[in-house]
Design a protein around this ligand. Sequence first.
Ligand code: FES
Length: 145
Amino acid sequence: MYTEKVMDHFTNPRNMGEIENPSGVGTVGNAKCGDIMRMYLDIDDNGVIRDCKFKTFGCGAAVATSSIATELVIGKTVQEALQVTNKAVVDALDGLPKVKVHCSLLAEEAIHAALWDYAEKNNITIEGLSKPKDDVSEEEEEPEY
Ligand code: FES
């Protein structure tokens, strides 16, 4: 049911924990399953993500998507990090079961929420970034997965 990559990131999550004094932090939740994900970003003066850590209170797929999402954004610019969509996260994991795709939405939204926090703290606008939602519900799932 789960790919090897999902199992690997679930059993051996990368970058789990928190960053002290982060450049941005974002927390999102899914009211239906009750799972919560928090992403911390450390961004340098050139807008490059130096570090990213996560804390996830959720299912195995949420842990795996958080873990791979941190790997995908580290080293990227803020603009490039916006391209780390839930589809990119699912692809990087070699796929997720359909019923678990909403878990990867949490990762995308948590990154966006952390970027939003960073932008607000620094009084800047990140093109293409909109205000994060408080709740990521399953209705917003992309139907094609
Ligand atoms: Fe809720 Fe996976 S079941 S995030």
